[in-house]
Design a protein around this ligand. Structure first.
Ligand code: GDP
Ligand code: MN
Length: 334
């Protein structure tokens, strides 16, 4: 191919692309964050750069519903080894819509506060969950990307990621990748499963033949077993969220107001959709990526893998075999 100047309008990408890497995915690292999370965001970026991206130089995109401070932008730009962009979230992608009955929303929040459910009284947490469920992949900065790796402030990466997980996904026909699965608090989603059942009754053709119903239900779909992929880590294909099945699904859920009247998380919403609308082979468990998000760790259980990837986590700390892990359900469907 020609010189960098001829092949790209962005010379930065060409000059830093590793010479021995024949192919890159159309992918970005993605972090939603608040300005107040400057230090923990920096920690996550520093670690993922050290364990993975210093070799790959994928771009970073940071999103926020208010403008990032110059300090935040300066710090992230310094730590990133790839191009960096900062995006403002459009108001109608974030804030509680006008058609939500505020009285009912207040009652719903009070109920969860009384039940002592984490973030039970928080409106901003609900905004975040709804945004992560149905809007991030429509942001103008993300529109031209297919793959993303969701990264949160204050997480840890324990192993070297020396082969490109995006290309792994692409080459193996995967759509959704996770590291940790667990049970949701039922009080946050009392009517979610009924809404899902209504949707699949109305749109049965979206349900994949070889789906992962066994992961999310112990009785063929009658009730939800609360299992979900922990969405603070995701490596996934945004075209799935942008597609007809998920778009209709998200709108169907959204119009019930459940994101505000209850406290529906993006984790169960993404997980149920991936489990029902994708053949199970398209969901991938990243065994080799050691990861921590408070309070759980995933650490490779296989010693050779642990050793070869230079992991610094303890396998005995891995959540996988603990009681609240849904790994049993996941493995049970294969
Ligand atoms: P948890 O993981 O469920 O405890 O929730 P977090 O507080 O970690 O929030 C999940 C993600 O959303 C993180 O990336 C946060 O930085 C981000 N986030 C949460 N609330 C807000 C908010 O009000 N504004 C912005 N910009 N980001 C938020
Ligand atoms: Mn978090």
């Amino acid at each position: 191919s020609g010189s960098p100047a001829e092949t790209s309008t962005n010379p930065t990408i060409d000059t830093i692309a590793p010479e021995n890497e024949p192919r890159r995915a159309n992918a970005t690292l993605l972090m939603l964050a608040r300005n107040s999370e400057l230090e923990t965001a920096a920690q996550s970026v520093r670690e993922l750069e050290e364990k993975f991206n210093f070799k790959f130089h994928y771009p970073w995109i940071f999103l926020n519903e208010v403008e990032f401070t110059e300090e935040f932008k300066g710090n992230m730009t310094e730590l990133a080894s790839g191009p960096v962009q900062f995006g403002l979230i459009p108001e109608d992608h974030w804030y509680q819509p006008d058609w939500i009955d505020e009285e009912r929303a207040t009652q719903g929040r009070n109920k969860l506060v009384e039940a002592d459910i984490i973030y039970g009284g928080s409106v901003s947490y609900r905004n975040m969950c709804r945004f992560n469920s149905g809007f991030f992949y429509r942001h103008p900065l993300l529109r031209d990307y297919k793959w993303y790796w969701r990264v949160e402030p204050d997480v840890h990466f324990y192993c070297y990621v020396d082969s490109d997980p995006f290309l792994y996904m692409e080459d193996n026909n995967k759509t959704y990748g996770f590291t940790i699965s667990l049970y949701e608090f039922e009080a946050t989603i009392p009517t979610l499963w009924q809404t899902v059942k209504d949707f699949t009754r109305d749109y049965p053709h979206f349900v994949a033949e070889n789906n992962s119903m066994g992961f999310i239900s112990e009785n063929g779909g009658d009730t939800y077993n609360l299992c979900h992929f922990w969405s603070n880590f995701e490596i996934a294909d945004m075209d799935f969220w942008r597609g007809e099945a998920y778009s209709k699904f998200f709108n169907y859920l959204d119009q019930t107001g459940g994101f505000y009247y209850e406290r529906w998380g993006d984790a169960p919403v993404h997980s149920i959709a991936a489990s029902l609308f994708l053949p199970k082979e398209r969901i991938h468990f990243f065994q080799e990526i050691g990861y921590f998000h408070n309070p759980f760790t995933h650490c490779p259980l296989d010693w050779n893998l642990w050793h070869n990837k230079g992991c610094t986590c303890s396998s005995w700390m891995s959540f996988d075999n603990q009681m609240y892990s849904c790994k049993r359900q996941w493995e049970g469907i294969f």
